[in-house]
Ligand binder design. Sequence first.
Ligand code: HEM
Length: 403
Amino acid sequence: MSESVDPFELFDRASGADTCRTPYPEFAVQRAEGPVVKVNASAMMGGGDPENLPEIYAAVSYEAVSQVLRDGKTFSSGAYKDSMGVVMGPTILVMDEPEHGRYRSLIQMAFSKKSLAHWENDLVRPIVNGLIDKFADRGSADLVRELTFPFPVHVIAGMLGLPDEDLPQFHRWAVELISVAFNWEQGIKSAGMLGEYLTPIIEARRENPGNDLISVLTAGELDGNRLDNDHVLGFLRLLLPAGAETTYRSSSNLLYGLLSNPEQLEALREERSLMEQAIEEGLRWEVPLTGIGRQCTVDTVVEGVPIPAGASVQVLIGSANHDESRYDEPEKFDIYRPARQHMSFAFGPHRCLGMHLARMETDVVVGALLDRLPGLRLDPSAEDVHITGRGFRAPRRLPVLFG
Ligand code: HEM
């Protein structure tokens, strides 16, 4: 049955791609109410007994988001235990300190800037160029379908050392797994199938380790014991969607920002030292994932607003990135904006493990397009190309002409 529907389409729809063109005006209204606002749980959960509804708060200002994310003790990642925790198994995303730091340290080094250099040359560049080869002579392309959607999953699969021919299947399982919030049964089923697929590969790497990330994980030791299969699987069930879903969106969003501001695209083409600030502005302006979750463990106060123990907290990183008290004209895409930390990779103990990889991938993909496709521009005959979605955001297509 799962074969008959497109899980990518379903995931986009559930993330509001059809119903929410932009959540930013709503975020601005919330910020005007205060740095942390109480959310109407009844409206969110579609009604229910008010006595039994959870208390939900949203951190919306930059300072509030930063305070919540820095304090992993008061704001626990256990919020994900009943959703991502169920499908991923034991995984750093749902752990708190000190357990979180111990497990994260097993793989942290493999994602350091230094360790990424060889992946850039041996994996990312050939993948990106191979995809561009397929349309470079055509004069037109849909950059989402033909480039930004497929390339990051090829990269993470390559880093894990998974066979290329299995890619469509595990990409599908990975997106079905993170769809658990709206399709519980399919999420559980796909997590199981991903586990069955990966377990023999994990066993094989224990016997014959290579240079891939699965081998790094199987060699990992805590208190003198090797990581068991469940924990290795927990990492893999996190890395596959984390590596694929986000970078596809961030690179698409940056390309949309550049293509819809052609003078900035041309400036970048002429002066490649602008790339770093262009990537950061793309991330700030249109973050792939607008919000993450935490659970408040004790009665506390954030930016003057009391939050009770047990409350769920929506940490709206997209809203923090558009906080007008921090960024002038936050809705504007402007690669010349003075550099200021944004919240797209979160902050504190759970700060994105793959941020250097994501930045490097985006650098490679945008650089290759500028090098290889002169006159790259949005196809003027394409109507209403735009970024869409509430939770996860990206353009659904980027029709371009070049040459
Ligand atoms: C632009 C692309 C990306 C964005 C915007 C992004 C964003 C984030 C955010 C916001 C978190 C924090 C989640 C939370 O605490 O609730 C996170 C965590 C994480 N990300 Fe990324 N991510 C990106 C790319 C990647 C890539 C390419 C990988 C790896 C292949 C990756 C791996 C992870 C992992 C493993 C965590 C969990 C870290 C922890 O819990 O300690 N991410 N990411």
